[in-house]
Design a protein around this ligand. Sequence first.
Ligand SMILES: [Zn+2]
Length: 289
Amino acid sequence: MRNLVYNTLKLFHPIFNSLFKNRLRVLAYHDIVDEANFETQIIWLKSQYNIIDISTLKDHLFYNKKLPVHPLLITLDDGDITVFKKGFPVLKKYKIGACLFIITDLINSSKDFWWNTIRKNEKKKGLSEKDILKLINESKALSNKDRIQLLEKYPATSQQQLTIDEVKELEKDRVFIGNHSHTHPMFDKLEKKDLINELEQAKNFFEKNDVGDYRVFAYPNGNLSEYTEALLQEKGIEMAFLFDHKVNEKKINPFRISRIAVDSDTPLTEFKTKVSGLHPLILKVKKQF
Ligand SMILES: [Zn+2]
């Protein structure tokens, strides 16, 4: 059924592409697990879209400069080490710019992503991947205090993270370094003082290390509220990226830039459908079966 849906929708790609010709697409990757497939995706993207960088988007948002036709921006969240090891060589090879949103507390550390601490511990106990995912999703709905309490029940796990030298190496070669908070909490679940603390600690990191730009921000997990948005503006953030699987509207709100989630191991047919902007429609169709 999955293949049938994608193969049928494939027929609509050209229509969607021309309808959304001037609309910005922003892709959101996480880790890069499949370097060869990622290369296939990049070759295809390069043949179909004008891949832009953050400064082109800034010029458009704040100085009214036109974007090229079929504009597309590549972003990667969390700063997984595979981005450096497997993604970066491909981006370099094709001279493609991207934006990496880092979690500042993890750089130069061996701390794990908090959701992986849950995953690894629960896996050891024999919980299925499906139930682990359910548990992680439930933990994202908790108040920040309760989420931290839940995490404290688990023995710490470790993970190789990017070093500051690696971050600088990425930056030197077309990878813009953006802000993905200090510890990746759900911003809509934070109390005001914790929210301020997250932003200030991230800002300190960017300034102390003279890297990237704190003001270009991606919401952890895409979670936002009107209140967090106002505070972000107060704290000097200029652009905020969501995680809502949509192609951007013609007039882009700099604080609500839509992104389409993609994975490096997604086969090309499915990938094309996701990038085209048809995916919300697929989700609707899937619910019918
Ligand atoms: Zn994230």
